[in-house]
Design a binder for this molecule. Structure first.
Ligand code: CP
Ligand code: NVA
Length: 308
């Protein structure tokens, strides 16, 4: 039976923290968990969840993943713990890692997450920061692998804001050698450090394309992907961003220009008729709910690799 192999890094803070071999291992384990072919126990292990932003999928999928492994979670609401009062991360991390076996943290700055990792004696997992959403990317590529039975010659076009979700797609896509096209309005391009890192990783540098034209970016694409235009914490920019992203909606017209059997992904939550139409979410091309389910399977695999 397949056994989880311990990851080389203690933490999963960025998509860059795992190697290609480790990604493939996590995806293989995920499929086995999904098909009930694995019986790995993390009995009595406790995952602490620190969410400084709202969450449905990430929180619940971590809770259920831990429960399926025989472990448990503690959900630390910053408002009812001393985190919201401003207790230094270095104190919180040192204390919580004496109680818990791992921490999954959703916060704003990547540097906050790194501070948790610096002081925690146990693994820290990125449950979303402004810079990255690496657990999401693992679920996305599991969904793509299931659909196309692998990654060869695939084109993924992301249409939207070049922030956390796009950044992790780029980095994981670069490790997997998949063509990634990002179509975003001017000024919303992905992080420069992320682009440069991805270009270092790609053997064929032409596989990463950043454009401001969604119409040309979808031609020949096998996967269309989008995310909300205004991320958590950007609520006051909503009006301006709605204007800037005009023309970047995944609708039936855009979908028609992609490959015939293209699938559509969205990390959710979605604003229907902004970044994607209701028709496309509910279409036969949509794999959005399979993708959401896969969050649980990949996190089960990730936890098994970090904690076994
Ligand atoms: N996709 C995602 O991370 O969803 P939540 O914000 O609901 O966790
Ligand atoms: N970019 C979005 C992703 C939500 C899962 C946000 O940060 O709010």
């Amino acid at each position: 039976m397949l056994k989880p192999v311990k990851l080389a890094n203690k933490n999963y803070l960025s998509s860059l923290d795992i190697s290609l071999k480790e990604i493939n291992h996590i995806l293989e384990l995920s499929t086995n968990f999904k098909n009930n072919n694995l019986n790995i126990e993390l009995k009595n292990k406790v995952l602490g969840l620190i969410f400084e932003k709202s969450s449905t999928r990430t929180r619940v999928s971590f809770q259920v993943a831990m429960s399926r492994l025989g472990g448990t979670t503690i959900d630390l609401n910053p408002n009812t713990s001393q985190i919201g009062r401003g207790e230094p991360i270095k104190d919180t991390a040192r204390v919580l890692s004496r109680y818990c076996d791992a921490l999954a943290v959703r916060t704003f700055n990547q540097s906050n997450l790194e501070e948790y990792a610096k002081w925690s004696t146990k693994p820290v997992i990125n449950a979303l920061t402004d810079l990255e959403h690496p657990c999401q990317a693992l679920a996305d590529f599991l969904t793509i692998k299931e659909e196309f039975s692998g990654f060869e010659n695939l084109v993924l076009t992301f249409i939207g804001d070049g922030n956390n979700v796009a950044n992790s797609l780029i980095l994981t896509g670069a490790l997997l050698g998949i063509e990634i096209r990002i179509a975003c309005p001017k000024g919303y391009e992905p992080d420069t450090f992320v682009i440069n890192k991805a270009l270092e990783i790609y053997k064929n540098k032409n596989l990463l394309k950043i454009t401001n034209d969604p119409y040309s970016a979808v031609i020949g694409a096998n996967v269309l992907y989008t995310d909300v235009w205004s991320s958590m914490g950007e609520e006051n920019q909503k009006e301006e961003k709605d204007k800037d992203f005009n023309g970047f909606t995944i609708d039936s017209n855009l979908l028609k220009r992609a490959e015939k059997k293209a699938i559509v992904l969205h990390c959710l939550p979605a604003y229907r008729s902004k970044e994607i139409t209701d028709l496309v979410i509910e279409s036969d091309n949509s794999r959005i709910f399979e993708q959401a389910e896969n969050r649980m399977h990949v996190q089960q695999a990730l936890l098994a690799c970090l904690l076994s």
